[in-house]
Unconditional design. Sequence first.
Length: 446
Amino acid sequence: MIFMWRKDYKRVLWVFGMLFFIFTLQAQYTVTGGKSTPIPALDDTPNRLQVYVVHGADDVVIRYTSTSGSSNHRWYRYRTKALEAEAVNAVQEGSSSALYEIEDGYGYFVEEPGVLPRYIWIIDYAKHDFTIQDLRFANNDNQCEELWLEGTAEIPLITYYTPNGLSRELRRSFEVVYNTLEYREESKLFSPETITQTIAGNPFDTPLTPPLCDTEITLKGDLFARHFNMEKTISTDTYQAVGLKARLDTTTMTFAGPNMFGNSGGVSAPMNIHFEAIANEPVAAFYKWTIAYRKDGRSETVLSFTGSSMDYTFNDEGSFVATLEVGDRMGKCSLTDSVTIEIGEPYLSAPNTFSPGASPGVNDEFRVAYKSLVSFKGWIFNRWGAEVFHWTDPAKGWDGKKGGKYVSPGVYFYVIEAKGSDGKNHSLKGHINIIRPKNAQDNRIE
């Protein structure tokens, strides 16, 4: 019984709590009047306070609708805190009431028995206008990363007070509009783009992302003024951009054959790579490439090149770092990017059996498995020592033919001489068993 009573008691408290919450929420204010629709600029929920911005307070009206249908409520206003509020007269309209003669810089509220009061703070924007005589670029030591605006301006703070007496700022919002360039992955190009950045508070207190092209910068606002059709617009002179953005792009010009051995790490030498710098030209005007060989914590430069693109062939085993440095046309900013290329160690092996013409596409060519061979020569001999095939590309192989006809099944011999990315000579000798079914219907030579 005690347990059931506790459950019912908690349920009753929850119901009453929800009813009180709903009862409180239903207490509504509406703000009308002024030269345009008032702006509900801020909802300070913890303090049960709403801040409204109006334009001209002479004909502004705040109406209150009782949650209980009662006319038993009174109006108050406060300048800095609700505990020091003074009573004000309102016009009763049944369970609602209307308050006239609203003034800028006051908080208004209604006290009604059983209802937690909510507060309305009124700001007359006509009394908080701003001016900006000119707009220009500020000098700063970090203009490669940040762009600051400055100007001759008067932008007074707009403040309000919470019911417990705390002064807080209602921040203006401005828009800054300028052109820049944006890299497009699909085209691998920089293309024009317009940036619109919203700044809360003083527009001179927030840095902009530096544009990547020459542009004017336009300041619009504030957004309260825009709402009241009073927006102000001012632009700078043309800004000479110094900001940089670049993309290091690589294209492999050497393609591996199907017999490339891929289990020893890194790519295979010789590896020819095309390096391309894609940047926001003409702001980006200087390019420098450096390729360094790294081993045992040491770095040795193997190439230095100026230009927006270059080709380089990697012949040596090891780790290489290609670094791109980009500078702007006025010598103020620079950036770097890099990519690491790992060239694998040499590898060479050969099969001892294949069956040309027996099953097309399946073990029908003699091919070595290889990696990182910078030079290659191979010969095939028959059992009498006569050469039947010679090749110099390890990616290619022997199809078992001589003079357009298949050779006879049996044992043949190969000799291979190669030089690896480690700078060493690698040789391989052995025999090959050519297997062909007796019913193969094709020409062959003995």
